[in-house]
Design a binder for this molecule. Structure first.
Ligand code: AMP
Length: 118
């Protein structure tokens, strides 16, 4: 069982922010901003590649609730999901990083030539 499934099953503790039947939000152990919350579906999906539109639809309002709950909805925030190796995903259970509480930096995502062929 993956580490986030263990958190869902209360086998590993977490600092919870919000929970409902389908989703859980908890503080990131290693925050990258003053507010850094992880939002996960309780159902296991390896990544965004596998999630269904139905779950994504519900996830939208859950993330909006998180931003309100921690008080960053008006000041602004960023929502990120890392996917796979190039995306920098370490935990293979779909999660959204909700970051805020300060002016976030933007840029320098890669050491490669950004004039790529995609
Ligand atoms: P990612 O690199 O997108 O897979 O992000 C994984 C995130 O999970 C990292 O920001 C970690 O700090 C965080 N993390 C890993 N284990 C835990 C845990 N037990 N509780 C809270 N956050 C965690």
């Amino acid at each position: 069982m993956c580490i986030f499934c263990k958190i869902v099953n209360n086998e590993i503790p977490s600092n919870k922010v919000l929970e409902n039947d389908d989703f859980l939000a908890f503080h990131d152990l290693n925050p990258k901003a003053p507010a850094h919350i992880l939002a996960i579906p309780k159902q296991h999906f390896d990544s965004f590649n596998d999630v269904t539109p139905e779950v994504m639809g519900k996830m939208t309002s859950f993330i909006q609730e998180i931003a309100k709950e921690v008080g960053i909805d008006k000041s602004g925030y960023r929502v990120i999901t890392n996917i796979g190796e190039n995306g920098g995903q370490e935990v293979k259970h779909l999660h959204w990083h909700v970051l805020g509480g300060t002016k976030l930096k933007w840029g320098h995502f890669s050491d490669s030539d950004t004039k790529g062929s995609f």
